[in-house]
Ligand binder design. Structure first.
Ligand SMILES: C[S@@+](CC[C@H](N)C(=O)[O-])C[C@H]1O[C@@H](n2cnc3c(N)ncnc32)[C@H](O)[C@@H]1O
Length: 323
């Protein structure tokens, strides 16, 4: 339904203020936590929160709590959301203020990525131990094997491969396998594990999940295991993983259900405290997957985490019929 004139005025009034317009332009790039926005705008939390409240009341942004943090994103659909996107699309990409904001956002994330990368470098040797702290690994791995199916797979790609556990688990079902990770320390350990497991056709490469440089439809099994909750833009990583999933292929995303273990941000560099089915299904649907199966694995011990396996299957390419 179209907006009434009064509703349009309300939307434009909400957007029509310098800081709020900057916030909208930033959220058009990716979803952000209040503190991240404060860092980019160089404004206090109460001030930024007031602007966000106004934008949310006018239906321009959606708010989603994640543990003690609150994230915001532009409203997905609706007339108000479309009107704002229309306004943003008409802004000059070279506007000095917007360019500065975009640069600061990049710097904030680069700093965070550095802290996370130091964390992985420091903990690479202990990773297998850390991973098993909050989840019953045996159950999760059995469920992953089941979700992947019997194979054989032409090519397995493991994004954020860490110490290589997914490669040694699923690699035997694939003709060739590739693990991609940003951390050289993790890659070195993975090389040892893959060699120990006797996986011959398995390559480990330095690479970024946001731009893998792999061709479209590269793999018929793509795995993203316990990586998304560290990332600045998990939706973009899902999109890239989807892009390299071949027609007829599977994408397995394994991560946590929403939880409240706030210390994981401080001590283990988590950015998101889990993901909801609704959120993951939306990202996968936006990446062209019609159906996603979800497996839920409750914690085996107190204070453990619930693990989710989201399995998305890419429709097989239609066979061309002879004219
Ligand atoms: C929690 S570990 C999980 C590793 C492995 N998938 C597992 O489950 O054991 C997360 C891994 O993601 C990697 N990583 C983080 N950001 C990345 C990025 N942008 N691109 C590729 N790898 C990344 C880290 O270096 C780390 O090895």
């Amino acid at each position: 339904m179209k907006l009434s004139a009064a509703q349009a005025v309300e939307v434009l009034r909400a957007a029509g203020e310098p800081t709020r317009l900057r916030i909208l332009a930033l959220l058009a790039r990716e979803e952000l936590a209040v503190l991240e926005l404060c860092g980019v705008l160089d404004q206090s939390q109460p001030r930024v929160s007031r602007h966000l409240k106004l934008l949310a009341e006018a239906g321009l942004v959606e708010r989603f709590p994640d543990g003690a943090w609150v994230f915001y994103r532009l409203t997905a659909g609706g007339q108000a959301g479309e009107l704002v996107r229309e306004v943003l699309a008409r802004l000059d990409a070279n506007d000095p203020q917007l360019v500065r904001d975009a640069e600061r956002l990049t710097a904030v994330f680069a700093e965070r990525a550095q802290v996370a990368s130091d964390y992985f470098a420091r903990n690479a040797a202990r990773w297998d131990e850390i991973r098993s702290l909050y989840v019953a690994e045996g159950d999760v791995e059995a469920a992953i094997l089941k979700a992947a199916g019997p194979g054989p797979f032409r090519r397995l790609v493991d994004l954020g491969s860490g110490t290589g556990r997914m490669l040694t688990l699923l690699g035997p079902k694939a003709q060739v396998a590739l693990g991609l990770d940003l951390s050289q320390q993790m890659l070195n350990i993975a090389r040892g594990h893959v060699a120990e497991a006797g996986l011959k056709a398995c390559e480990l490469r330095h690479g970024d999940i946001f731009s893998t440089r792999l061709p479209d439809g590269e793999a018929d099994l793509v795995v993203v295991h316990q990586v998304l909750h560290y990332l600045a833009d998990p939706a973009a990583a899902v999109k890239e993983a989807a892009r390299i999933t071949a027609p007829g292929g599977k994408l397995l995303i394994v991560d946590f259900a929403p939880h409240k273990l706030e210390f994981l941000r401080e001590q283990h560099q988590h950015r998101r405290l889990g993901f909801s089915d609704q959120e993951m299904r939306r990202w996968l649907a936006e990446s062209g997957f019609a159906y996603t199966a979800v497996e839920t694995l409750p914690p085996a011990r107190e204070a453990g985490l619930t693990v989710k396996i989201w399995t998305a299957e890419r429709a097989a390419a239609r066979q061309r019929t002879a004219a």
